[in-house]
Structures are given as C-alpha cells and as structure tokens.
Ligand binder design. Structure first.
Ligand code: SAM
Length: 279
C-alpha cells in the first residue's frame, strides 16, 4: 500500500523491526500517517523551522513532520530498538532528520538546533509534564522555542488550558497561560494508538508570548500559587497566612476577597497579589 512518503506503512515497520511496545517507556504508537500529518499541521508553518521531536518511536509523527515540510527535525529517542526504523526515514529525507539516542530529560538539544525552533512530541505522560514545566520555566524569557505542540492525556491537557472556577484549574494553567497562548487543538480517542491506552488524549498547542501577560516576579508568583492550590478548598486568608500577618490587607489591596478560594482567582489576580507581596 502506498503511503504519503513512499516508505512502508507503520504496521510493516513495526513488524519488520520487531518493535513490540514497552509499557515502561509509555509506548502507544500512532500508525495513521494522515493523523500524524494532521498533528504536524497543528504546529504551524514548519518550512522555515527546526523541529525538536521528543520520543519519535517508529517515526509516525516524524514522517508527518517531514511530509509537512519541516526544514529539519531533531528527534530524541530513548529506545535504541527504534533507531533502524528512524534510519529508513533519514534515507528517504536526506539531510533533514537527525536522531539522538538518549533520554530527553538529560540530552542537551540546544547545540543541535537552529532557531526558529518548534517542539512537537507524543510522549509518555510523566515525561511530557516534566518537560513542559522545564520548557515553561527557562532561566530567561523568551525560551529557545516558538511553540510547543504536545500530546497529553486529556485530563492533563484540560489542566493546561483551564480557566478559573473549573476543577482542572490550578498551577499548571497559571504557569502555561502566564507567558503563553495555550489551546487544545485535537482530541484523540484511545483507538488512535497502538496499543490503545486506557485514557483519551488531546494535543495542546502553546505559543510563547513576548513576555508575561501580567507583570509579576516569577518566584513570588510560584510561591503564592503553590500555597494557594495546596489547600485549594480553603479561603485564601487561611491558605496564605504563612505569607505574613497582614495577608488580609494585602489580598484586599490586590483586589481579592480574603474569603475567596484559589480556584476562583484569575491569573491577573494572582499577578496583582504577587506585585503587592513584592512591595
Ligand atoms: N512519537 C511516536 C508516535 O507518536 O507514534 C511514539 C510515541 S510513544 C507515546 C512515546 C515515545 O517516547 C516512545 O517511542 C518512547 O520510547 C519514547 N520515550 C519515552 N521516554 C523517553 C525519554 N525520557 N526520552 C526520549 N524518549 C522517550
């Protein structure tokens, strides 16, 4: 059967290289190349960009990224069993794909990338969240990437884009939305993956803003939101009392009712409180 890039269908690739999915590596593969091309399109115009792909596996999404015209893809894969399949893609797209066999939490990718850079990944849930937090909290802003297009389990995706008053609203939403535009661009049922996971998934697209949406000191904002959401059902005058005896006055000065709860406060409100605490 012909594919978009003339390479064998992914089922054949997996069979040929005996890529039996390993649970401990979170291996749930995407085998539909139309779907992987669709995910690649959510990342925006790739033609002038280097793409960092984390966890390419047998290369379904990698092929989608290359078919959609990525200038270059740097793929970081922990499982060495995937390297022969990725080498076939390298041969079909000469000079366009570099592969590093390593752990994305440890590899220094920056030396291998030229801006502008977009990040695209279908990663195990725990690794994805850890990398997202790292990518959102670089030493300096702007970060090395223009956008992040990442697959998460649906519940995590909802936490990233959540607005106040919902169950999913918390630190991850505030962190993501403070300096990024974040939206869910695609929902995927378990059957989209082989093997099918137990949960639904969603692709989140984050575009970096030039700076913070509202001014605030990052460390103070992080401390306040950690305290507030660690006791999310408590009134703020109680959950934040460790910030000092005048916390009620500070909350009021920031325009926040001391009896309000963390999940009711907008990003703008938390930033106002962080500025008040910095005085
Ligand atoms: N991108 C492929 C796809 O969409 O079909 C594979 C996705 S699968 C959910 C996750 C991939 O990430 C696997 O290939 C796995 O080996 C790889 N992986 C898991 N942990 C990793 C890590 N710490 N660093 C790099 N790759 C990792």
């Amino acid at each position: 059967m012909a594919t978009i890039d003339g390479l064998p269908p992914l089922r054949e690739v997996i069979r040929a290289h005996d890529l039996v999915a390993k649970k401990q590596l979170g291996q749930n593969f995407l085998l539909d190349l139309n779907l992987t091309a669709k995910i690649a399109r959510q990342a925006g115009d790739l033609s002038g960009c280097d793409v960092l792909e984390v966890g390419p596996g047998p290369g379904g999404l990698t092929r989608g990224l290359l078919a959609e015209g990525a200038r270059r893809v740097l793929a970081v894969e922990k499982d060495a069993r995937c390297l022969p399949a990725l080498a076939e893609i390298q041969a079909a797209y000469p000079g366009k794909l570099d592969v590093i066999n390593g752990d994305a939490l440890e590899v220094d990718v920056l030396a291998h990338l030229t801006p502008p850079i977009r990040v695209v990944a279908n990663l195990p849930y725990n690794v994805g969240t850890e990398l997202l937090i790292r990518w959102l909290t670089p030493a300096n802003w702007p970060p090395f990437w223009e956008s992040l297009t990442l697959m998460f389990q649906k519940e995590v995706a909802e936490r990233i884009v959540a607005k106040p008053k919902g169950d999913h609203y918390g630190r991850l939403a505030l962190l993501a939305q403070w300096r990024c535009e974040a939206k869910i661009v695609l929902h995927l049922p378990p059957e989209a993956f082989t093997p099918a996971p137990k949960v639904h998934s969603a692709v989140v697209h984050l575009t970096r803003l030039p700076g913070p949406r509202f001014p605030a000191d990052e460390k103070i904002l992080s401390r306040i939101t950690a305290m507030a959401f660690n006791q999310r059902r408590k009134m703020l005058r109680s959950s934040l009392k460790g910030l000092g005896p005048d916390i009620e006055a500070r909350l009021e000065a920031a325009g926040i009712a001391p009896t309000a709860r963390a999940e009711e406060i907008s990003l703008e409100g938390f930033c106002a409180l962080a500025r008040e605490m910095a005085k």
